[in-house]
Design a protein. Structure first.
Length: 265
């Protein structure tokens, strides 16, 4: 009788144990685009998809990269709508546990910027700019969903050649982060009508930028550690401001409260 009970327990262990192992062997990855129009009224970028490179067997980079196609009807992402909590789903897929080691965007030609009410079509600075690559190190744990964000840096990505015959060039610059191992900074700019550029800086590196919404609220995502927040009003009637020693922890939101801009005397 005891032998029969042991056999039943062994079968149950094998069934449920193997099932649990299979579930934990893969991870769902959602890749989103976020960003800000910077000094432009609008910025539109056509996203065809993203190629994801992950570690292969024994942690080696021998796995084939997987291309996640952008299946949205409108493949043109408007960065003006991706400020603060806005996000644009590029693609999703299932991967073996390990780590993402590289992301490569695939961009189309239907791009634009609007400045002073005028619409301009930027051209890629070179062929490589159509498929910008970023090395990353983002761990993938099994059995959970991972939200990966590509933060498009408009300030560094859109260049003007200058002169009377000047044109806009597109040289995509972006960073990537996971919501699992980063946190956010939130605050309110007053007066709310004074549009500002808000930067999060760590050491000598500008990690992220954003602007506030019509209510004055702003959110900077994808941070970890101690940063300095700089606020630069677009209007020359107000002084810039700084918030030092802002600590951001993973999966936490650091609240800065109201930041009151001071008018220039």
């Amino acid at each position: 009788m005891k032998i029969k009970q042991l056999l039943i327990l062994l079968l149950l262990y094998l069934n449920f144990g193997c099932s649990g192992t299979e579930e934990r062997s893969t991870a769902l990855v959602n890749v989103f685009l976020v960003g800000t129009p910077g000094f432009f009224e609008e910025v539109g970028i056509e996203i065809l998809g993203v190629e994801v490179q992950v570690t292969g067997t024994r942690g080696q980079d021998n796995a084939e990269a997987v291309f996640l196609s952008n299946l949205q009807a409108n493949q043109q992402a408007n960065l003006s709508t991706l400020v603060n909590t806005g996000q644009y789903l590029i693609g999703r897929g299932e991967f073996l546990v390990g780590a993402i080691t590289e992301l490569k965007l695939s961009l189309g030609d239907d791009n634009y910027v609007i400045l002073g009410g005028d619409r301009f079509v930027p051209r890629f600075v070179d062929n490589a700019a159509e498929n910008p690559v970023m090395p990353v190190s983002i761990p993938l744990d099994g059995g959970i969903s991972h939200d990966i964000f590509i933060d498009f840096n408009t300030l560094e990505s859109i260049l003007f050649t200058g002169g009377t015959q000047g044109e806009f060039l597109l040289a995509p610059d972006f960073r990537a982060f996971s919501s699992i191992n980063t946190g956010d900074i939130a605050g309110i700019i007053r007066p709310q009508t004074q549009k500002s550029l808000i930067l999060a800086i760590q050491g000598l590196d500008t990690l992220a930028s954003t602007t506030q919404n019509p209510q004055g609220n702003f959110l900077i995502r994808g941070l970890n550690g101690e940063v300095t927040v700089f606020i630069y009003p677009f209007s020359d009637s107000f002084l810039p401001d700084t918030v030092n020693n802002v600590l951001v922890e993973p999966r936490q939101r650091t609240q800065l409260g109201e930041i009151n801009l001071r008018p220039i005397p």
